[in-house]
Design a protein around this ligand. Structure first.
Ligand SMILES: [Zn+2]
Ligand SMILES: [Zn+2]
Length: 601
């Protein structure tokens, strides 16, 4: 797979099947509410499709079942999909009673917005796809005929509210989610995975395990880390610090606010303003809250003259950034507005690039090993000529050169990757890392980016061996992503049963009777002294209830203390899985637990 180009999902047969199923669903909905249903957009998405509708009443589970039945009939009727190009005027006549489509037609006509409301730089071609009596404003692609959709591979999952265009000031629509697969077996497997994902949902477990909360008065997308979540964040930072210190990084700290000028110079206000919060004015100067830490690290590099002896300079910081995400797109910890990032910038010469770049890739792999992430893909994202000067810094020669440097580094390092065009950062190519959780859910976590443009904008230089000034390259990397995404992922990956080193509470001490509370507290003090996080359950419940409670909280160890244990300086050890390890001397347990935590097993 090294260096291969992946078939994009958008080009696959399953994508066409799902997109076509969304049209079939829209037809069924229009039939259910003749003359009343207004249709918005209906794309294929990961693992399925949705369609947004404006309907006279809320849909019920029975409606979904009826719609699914009707979809099966339509599919089996063997309708061809027919594409047609038309002018904006013709399209307006065709969709005269569909206000959302009329708005999309305006967008298409004026260019820049596609039929799903997304920005595009392609020339506006207006086309429709028809099957049976249903016609949709659509650029496709679709299957040739509804019979390519397996009628028993389709299932409607749920209805959710969704603002038109993700804008809370626009109407709230009903979004029907569906899924479509090649066979009923594949469908069943997917539904099973969804059930497991529901049990592991980080929003549900995050609340139950008291890891984080959101508060209306604080604001959407701004998580508050509870003590248990803060422990996890601290442990991740400790891990990063250990790994980075060993790899020769140095730590820095930077403010959350900076003057507008800095983001003008960095290019963020030119290429990235949409994801930034509006400026605030202080003493006649505009300040921005930072969406990234890079410009400040560049300033630290530039804070004194540098020579080749200072390079590579690896600056690292768990920096807090703020990015604007539409409220309709926020999702638990995975899409947030404030984030603490495992950020670093490596300044190096061209000769040092390959070594540094591969060291970063290996760091990723080392983290995957620690977290037991077995499935991952490195996606090498390159520029697209069409985006030069718009999405991308306008210097084709440097793009091609840097992309080649990354390609050859990956090949020399024998790192498997897939190449995708038109997904680079504005300042250079990047490696996006997609990982899969234990249940097979995909997360895109971290990126490793090469920057050939911004160091020059900051006039960053170093004096090379020949005594000449040279501009360094900069590698941006964040293998642990942000605390928000990483912990969201880890909650689902481990289903809340974290390995000892990450567990907020590592052991619960369970005294059998009141007379054992005091020896339990003494044992707890000894464990805490050894660096373990413990709690004594001195509540009035009986022992079994306490054990159940600790299991529900997914505490790795339960240490039960009765007369015999108290007399012998021992604890009876149970695991959260229910396994009973029997009694062992307290010191033996300390040794075992300290080693297990240190090994991060
Ligand atoms: Zn369509
Ligand atoms: Zn950066």
């Amino acid at each position: 797979m090294s260096g291969s180009t992946v078939e994009r999902y958008e080009d696959s047969q399953l994508y066409r099947v799902r997109h076509s199923a969304s049209h079939v669903m829209a037809q069924a909905v229009l039939e259910m509410f003749p003359g009343q249903a207004k249709i918005a957009i209906g794309p294929a998405i990961e693992n399925g499709f949705y369609y947004d509708f404006d309907l006279p009443r809320p849909l019920t589970p029975d409606d979904l079942q009826a719609l699914e039945q009707r979809m099966r009939q339509i599919v089996e009727e063997d309708h061809p999909f027919v594409r047609r190009e038309l002018t904006a005027e013709e399209a307006r006549r065709l969709f005269a009673d569909q206000p959302y489509k009329l708005e999309l037609i305006d967008g298409l006509e004026h260019g820049g917005i596609d039929e799903h409301g997304n920005e595009t730089d392609e020339a506006p071609v207006i086309s429709t796809y028809s099957h049976a009596a249903f016609t949709d404003l659509c650029r496709g692609p679709h299957v040739q005929n509804t019979r390519e959709i397996n009628p028993h591979g389709v299932h409607l999952l749920s209805v959710a509210g969704a603002y038109w265009r993700g804008d809370e000031k626009r109407p709230m629509l009903q979004r029907i989610y569906g899924t479509a697969w090649n066979s009923p077996e594949e469908l069943a497997q997917h539904l099973e995975m969804l059930e497991e994902a529901k049990r592991r949902d980080h929003r549900k477990l995050g609340r139950e395990l008291e890891i984080f909360v959101f508060d209306d008065e604080v604001g959407p997308g701004l998580p508050l880390w509870l003590p248990n979540g803060a422990v996890m964040a601290d442990e991740l930072e400790r891990l990063a610090r250990e790994m980075e210190t060993r790899a020769g990084y140095v730590r820095v700290r930077t403010p959350h606010l900076t003057k507008q000028d800095l983001f003008v110079r960095s290019g963020h206000l030119l290429y990235y303003a949409e994801s930034m919060y509006p400026p605030m004015e202080m003493e006649g100067t505009n300040y921005y809250i930072k969406p990234m830490n890079c410009p400040m690290h560049h300033k630290i590099f530039g804070s004194k003259p540098r020579s080749y002896r200072d390079l590579p300079l690896r600056l690292t910081e768990y920096g807090t950034c703020y990015r604007f995400e539409k409220s309709g797109e926020l999702f638990g910890l995975l899409r947030v507005r404030s984030m603490q990032m495992n950020d670093a910038h490596i300044y190096c010469s061209e000769e040092q690039f390959e070594r540094e770049f591969l060291a970063v890739v290996r760091l990723y792999l080392e983290y995957f090993r620690i977290f037991g992430i077995e499935k991952y893909v490195m996606r090498f994202s390159t520029h697209d000529k069409k985006g030069l000067g718009k999405k991308y810094v306008d210097d084709e020669r440097l793009w091609l050169k840097t992309e080649e440097m990354v390609r050859s580094a990956m090949q020399h390092g024998n790192v498997p990757y897939v190449e995708v065009s038109d997904e680079a950062a504005f300042y250079g190519p990047k490696i996006d890392v997609q990982i899969w959780s234990a249940t097979g859910r995909e997360f895109s976590l971290a990126t490793n980016q090469v920057d050939f443009a911004v160091p020059a904008r900051f006039n960053l230089t170093f004096v090379n061996r020949e005594g000449k000034e040279e501009t360094p390259l900069c590698i941006h990397r964040a293998p642990l992503g942000t605390h928000e995404r990483m912990i969201g992922f880890l909650i689902e990956h481990y289903a809340g049963a974290f390995p000892l080193w990450l567990a907020p509470v590592q052991a619960a001490l369970i005294p059998i009777a009141d007379r054992h509370i005091e020896p339990a507290q003494r044992a707890a003090a000894r464990l805490a002294e050894a660096g373990l996080r413990v709690q004594v359950d001195d509540g009035p419940e009986r022992m079994n209830a306490k054990i159940r409670n600790a299991q529900l909280r997914k505490i790795p160890y339960m240490l039960v203390l009765g007369d015999r244990e108290a007399a012998e300086g021992a604890v009876a050890v149970r695991l959260r899985s229910g396994e009973d390890l029997g009694a062992m001397p307290l010191e033996a347990f300390v040794e075992r637990a300290v080693k297990e935590a240190a090994d991060r097993r």
